[in-house]
Design a protein around this ligand. Structure first.
Ligand code: ZN
Length: 261
């Protein structure tokens, strides 16, 4: 039940926005979101979703907080070093919003548990740091018909795309096969500025809110470079022969075995 007193209602500034309103807010409060990986991207996403009032949030991550994370993973502080990220983010966000249910699970996401994790959520948010896990998320979400929002960041660059299975292009429509290990750049090798995950996470979280409120998601692959202050939307077509969402579909879950950030 939403308190409609503007000063006492924690969501008043959000419901005032005409695209949300009280109806949209109630839909958010009835929604379940899964954030896989709660580092720079996922931590920002989880923060935004929790404060927006998404009623049920599950966070998964296998990693512990390290000193070099603090530069861009805004939810952690020095006292969190060595603690499991999923537990710290859940603890912080429970304090930020006691009216929602939020759970942090310290675990590795792999082919054996992905279906169990995603089957009861309304949306999956990609906060991972590797392509293999993204393919795992893609294939499982396409199989179960669950929307997911892809996000990736490195250096000053980021990408995001919203995937509505069998309606919009999926990750394998763009990239049919998982790239070889070492063929894609990682933050560990080429670095990252802290502004880019904040931007991409904001785009991902807003897409999630739209989908959870039954609104039309944005189309295309968004490419952002915060150093050059550029953003471009690339039109992507569904690949009718896609191995995940098209006529060429095969069961991919057996070939993927990897974890979240
Ligand atoms: Zn596809």
């Amino acid at each position: 039940m939403i308190i409609r007193d503007k000063e006492n209602d924690r969501y008043s500034r959000q419901t005032l926005y005409h695209k949300v309103g009280c109806e949209g807010q109630e839909m958010l409060m009835d929604s379940r979101a899964l954030v896989i990986g709660v580092g720079a991207l996922g931590g920002n996403i989880a923060n935004l979703l929790a404060r927006s009032g998404v009623g049920n949030i599950l966070l998964v991550d296998r990693d512990k907080v390290e000193l070099n994370n603090l530069q861009r993973q805004l939810i952690f502080d020095e006292t969190d070093i060595g603690k499991p990220k999923a537990e710290v983010v859940a603890r912080e966000l429970k304090q930020a919003n006691t009216s929602i249910k939020i759970e942090g699970r310290v675990m590795e996401v792999d082919a054996s548990n992905i279906h169990e994790l995603i089957k009861e959520v309304d949306i999956v948010l990609d906060g991972t740091d590797n392509v293999k896990t993204r393919f795992l998320i893609n294939d499982a979400c396409v199989q179960l018909g669950i929307p997911w929002v892809y996000g990736g960041v490195v250096k000053a660059e980021g990408m995001t795309m919203t995937i509505i299975p069998k309606t919009t292009p999926c990750l394998r429509c763009i990239l049919p096969n998982i790239p070889e290990p070492g063929s894609t750049q990682t933050c560990n090798e080429v670095g990252i500025l802290n502004g880019i995950p904040a931007v991409v996470a904001s785009l991902q979280a807003t897409e999630a809110l739209k989908i959870l409120m039954g609104k039309e998601p944005s189309k295309g692959l968004a490419l952002i470079n915060i150093w050059d202050r550029k953003m471009e939307i690339v039109d992507i077509e569904r690949n009718q022969n896609c191995q995940s969402c098209g006529d060429g579909a095969i069961d991919q879950t057996a070939s993927a075995d990897c974890g979240g950030e």
